[in-house]
Design a protein around this ligand. Structure first.
Ligand code: PLP
Length: 382
């Protein structure tokens, strides 16, 4: 019987349904496994290649995302790097310009120097995407919703354009999670997540995953995983599987709190703009409503008075924690230009609209009144 999302999530990491087997799986810490003879092994031989705790997590993630295979890595960046290693010198990567700063750095400083050509494109403009995809384009990279401006790109339309020219489509779906968005069902070839964010959800694991429904890509990614060796520990796999069990209920609350905070923020004096796809005047609200089943827990906003005013607000908050990252149970606040996007050159940030005064919130699971009161007292400060 095919189960639904919350049911699959609640059983994440389960190793077996046999009577007598533990309901909560043990963490399989052994690096190595007894063999039946030299060169003859059962399921596992060495934990860089495969491990019971890792396999169980990969199975759950693949099912949740609607894929046929998942490979987990020791960070979201390691997962993205594995995907980018599918490219060869002379091929082209077409990627959205509004993107996580670490992805920009990875592409510009590790992938381009390997001889891969890169075209950064404004992906809300489908004509620009079509014009950018050439015969040598092998991969189209979409991050949606984007970090930090919460833009939303049309996965189905872009995947159609890529397929028509023989290119793969990759979606970084970290902000949405498989709970809110299923890129493989919209024509994407690969989905990547930083599991350090919502999938684990408790700000205590750094890890990443790539999910595929194409056997040849899955095989190549498995090879990169075992040959490159950037794998998460069994303990980290256990923690992520534990986090995934509550993903549906956490995401529901993240979405509710973020929506309420976005609507409240836009009524406040001194707030110049609020970026959240759940707001009706967000430029891609209609697309987000079609493509996602919720608008997520991330939002960003700008204050009149720019960077200095924002710095004051960040110093005044008491409940929001001033910290990198996102997607945990606790609310975080940050200034992307100085934090998550510091590795992006200033002129690139400015061209994307990531101004010095932009503030990003990862809205957690606290009581909404407490979050609002905290921002209110920080906004009122002279
Ligand atoms: C959208 C997005 N993708 C990928 C990453 C990289 O993930 P990690 O920090 O796990 O390497 C991040 C990190 O913030 C992110 O926000």
């Amino acid at each position: 019987m095919a189960h639904r999302f919350a049911t699959i999530a609640a059983h994440a990491g389960r190793l077996s349904s046999q009577a007598g087997e533990p309901v909560t799986p043990p963490i399989s810490l052994s690096t190595t496994f007894l063999q039946t003879g030299p060169g003859e092994q059962r399921e596992h031989a060495y934990s860089r290649v495969s491990n019971p705790s890792r396999d169980a997590l990969e199975r759950s993630l693949s099912t949740l995302e609607g894929g046929s295979s998942a490979s987990v890595f020791s960070s979201g960046c390691a997962a993205m790097h594995a995907v980018l290693q599918l490219l060869s010198p002379g091929e082209q990567l077409v990627a959205c310009g509004d993107i996580y700063g670490g992805t920009y750095r990875l592409v510009e400083q590790l992938v381009r120097p390997m001889g891969v050509d890169v075209a950064w494109v404004d992906m809300w403009d489908l004509a620009a995407v079509q014009a950018a995809i050439e015969d040598r384009s092998k991969m189209v990279w979409i991050e949606t919703p984007t970090n930090p401006l919460l833009r939303v790109f049309d996965i189905e339309a872009i995947a159609d354009l890529a397929r028509a020219r023989g290119a793969w489509t990759v979606v970084d779906s970290t902000f949405a999670t498989p709970m809110l968005q299923r890129p493989l069902q919209m024509g994407a070839d690969l989905v990547v997540h930083s599991m350090s964010k919502y999938l684990n959800g408790h700000s205590d694991v750094v890890a990443g995953v790539v999910i595929s429904q194409r056997a040849e890509l899955a095989d190549r990614l498995r090879f990169i995983q075992r040959a490159g060796g950037a794998v998460p520990s069994p303990f980290d796999c256990y923690l992520v599987a534990r986090g995934v069990k509550t993903l549906p209920i956490r995401m529901t609350r993240h979405c509710e709190n973020a929506q309420a905070l976005a609507e409240w923020l836009r009524t406040q004096n001194g707030v110049a703009a609020v970026h959240y796809p759940g707001l009706e005047d967000h430029p891609q609200h209609g697309l987000a409503a079609r493509q996602m089943s919720g608008f997520g827990g991330m939002l960003s906003f700008e204050l009149e008075g720019g960077a200095q005013r924002s710095k004051t607000l960040l110093e005044r908050v008491r409940l929001f924690s001033l910290a990198e990252s996102l997607g945990g149970v606790e609310s975080l606040i940050g200034q992307p230009a100085l934090m998550s996007h510091a590795s992006m050159p200033e002129h690139v940030r400015e061209a994307q609209g990531i101004r010095g005064g932009l503030i990003r919130l990862s809205v957690g699971l606290e009581d909404i009144e407490d979050l609002r009161e905290d921002l209110e007292q920080a906004l009122l400060a002279p």
